[in-house]
Design a protein around this ligand. Structure first.
Ligand SMILES: *Cc1c(COP(=O)(O)O)cnc(C)c1O
Length: 243
């Protein structure tokens, strides 16, 4: 298993490097985030001990279960799943530095209240539903600028950019419009010069479509199966905290 993971990481880093070259981008502009849902701490550690630094869970329960086993291995933790407001305390307790899935005001409000009480700040990305599929979370693209503006008023929330899942399809040309849309929203928000808003990050692209995402401007690609192997359940199972 260890050899597989190391080999897969090498393949992924090569894919990222090639995609950057093709897009005329600097390799340093793109970070690899490992999506670790269903992966055991032992396997995650193999990656972390081999130069990987950024991981993310979808479910608070998994974050909690793996926390103890991973806390002494240096890494940065993001959260990429649907976040229920009653799980906010845990997110903060288990050292998540960035919630990439901020998609609604009530979540922003409750995060802010909790962070104020704790005297902390938190990085966030605004998650946009670029594919208009009902099963996915994220703010509607037409409402993304407005949500960004409102969230920017919470002093504890540091907006760093946008995130999307995009169309889930083997045909990368179907996904490309989703990535373009996210990039356009980023540009629109930058133009508005909103105080307390940094639009540096575009988190988009997964195992199957990271090249397309990099061509369209991704700064974080989120990869799971291509490093750790296939998962048992279909993806929407993990995207929905409620099931
Ligand atoms: C699982 C997951 C990924 C990674 O997907 P793979 O196809 O396994 O690379 C990326 N983003 C989110 C939000 C995920 O839940």
């Amino acid at each position: 298993m260890k050899e597989n993971i190391l080999h897969n990481l090498e393949v992924i880093h090569n894919r990222i490097k090639k995609a950057c070259e093709k897009a005329g981008r600097n390799r340093n502009e793109v970070r690899l985030l490992l999506a670790t849902k269903t992966v055991s701490p032992e396997l995650i550690k193999i990656a972390l001990e081999n130069a990987q630094t950024l991981i993310a869970e979808n479910k608070v329960q998994e974050l909690k279960e793996k926390y103890g086993a991973l806390k002494d291995t240096p890494h940065e933790n993001h959260f990429i799943g649907h976040l229920q407001t009653n799980k906010i305390k845990d997110i903060l307790k288990y050292d998540v530095v960035c919630v990439q899935s901020l998609d609604r005001m009530d979540l922003a409000e409750k995060l802010h209240q909790r962070l104020l009480a704790d005297g902390k700040t938190l990085e966030v990305l605004i998650q946009v539903n670029t594919s208009n599929e009902e099963s996915k979370f994220g703010i509607h693209p037409d409402k993304a600028v407005e949500l960004t503006r409102k969230v920017s008023e919470f002093s504890t929330l540091k907006i760093k950019g946008l995130m999307t899942i995009g169309f889930f399809s083997a045909e990368t040309e179907k996904v490309r419009p989703c990535f373009k849309l996210l990039k356009n929203l980023q540009q629109e928000i930058i133009k508005q010069n909103i105080p307390n808003v940094d639009m540096k990050e575009l988190s988009m692209g997964m195992s199957g479509d990271l090249e397309t995402a990099i061509e369209e401007g991704a700064t974080i690609v989120r990869v799971g199966t291509a490093v750790f192997g296939a998962r048992v359940y279909p993806d929407h199972f993990y995207w929905n905290e409620g099931v």
